[in-house]
Design a protein around this ligand. Sequence first.
Ligand SMILES: *Cc1c(COP(=O)(O)O)cnc(C)c1O
Length: 374
Amino acid sequence: MNEELNRVYNFSAGPSMMPLEVLEKAKEQLLCYPGAGCSVMEMSHRTPSFEEILAKTKGTLRKIMEIPDDYEVLFMQGGATTQFSMIPMNLGKQGDTFCYMQTGQFATKAKEEGDRWGNAVYVASSKADNYSYIPVCGELPSDAKFLHITGNNTIFGVAFNDYERVLPKSVLPQNGKNSEIPLVADWSSAIIGKVIDVKKHGLIYAGAQKNMGPAGLAVVIIRKDLLENEIDKVVPIMMRYKVAADHDSMYNTPPTFSIYMAGLMYEWVEKMGGVAEMEKINIQKSSMLYDFIDNSKVFNNPVNAIDRSIMNITFTLPDKQSTEDFLKLCKDNGLINLKGHRSVGGCRASIYNGMPVEGVKKLLELMKKFEAQY
Ligand SMILES: *Cc1c(COP(=O)(O)O)cnc(C)c1O
């Protein structure tokens, strides 16, 4: 199928590969969504057809992530980046204390926005070791409005794999009761690619373009009591979670086509056996690469083994020339976007849900071939 269509294996960190089956379904319905007489792109968001798409998309996400009833699901615009500023504006007032764990570039950017609204502080950081592990976070100042973490660090390939080991007690529910301080997590690059226990969070957010469709959409999952926070009057209406919730994510025109595509991705995950099954496949894919890298004399991964991401696998080669040679070998064989983020160099294989096992096997073959010839 890939050969026929000339489709490459795209290892991009995002926007990323989507399953062919999902794209084919979209193609089939592109000109005319069943019963609507027009494309989803042409459809008014105030029609029964779109309302049905929205309800179904939300319902399927609720099901595959097992989102409890006391959480609201919001479809927002502005990417994950806009959430960096919406979170402090909605969970606190100007001057309040906001806590951040600095485990990479996105965490740093999130804190910068917190700084603009209040007193943002790093309570743990792995910057000095180039973000190669998840640091353990001690207790927080008691007036903290939230603790922000980047669940899966897309750039360095580091992830929070064990909350209990690294997070303070005050941000985790105790004896079935909500935590004292809400945990806010950016799960952009792993959402629906691994099991995330929603109940442990006050708020989860994610840009769609990594694991759940095209860009243009961000998903926010927020515990309902946090929607009732009193917030500053200056917060724009469009930037209020409560407004989004009261209007079922349609205070204004939502990114209709991106929502529809995310819905197709959710249905696909459901059909594949759900998020736990996706996680199993993603562990299998990433282990193939890590196992090889750990026994290689040419390829290296610097990340602390227990903190490794199953979605973004970073690796280095001995020098610039060998890195370029390897990237060229990949490209010549239809494997693209393996270059590491500009801030770290080296290589990075992003293997989200849409990346089939065959793509990873092909990458592994090339790594073996390269090593044999090196
Ligand atoms: C990609 C990414 C972002 C930025 O997302 P945008 O949708 O481009 O704003 C933020 N956080 C993480 C963890 C990401 O992977």
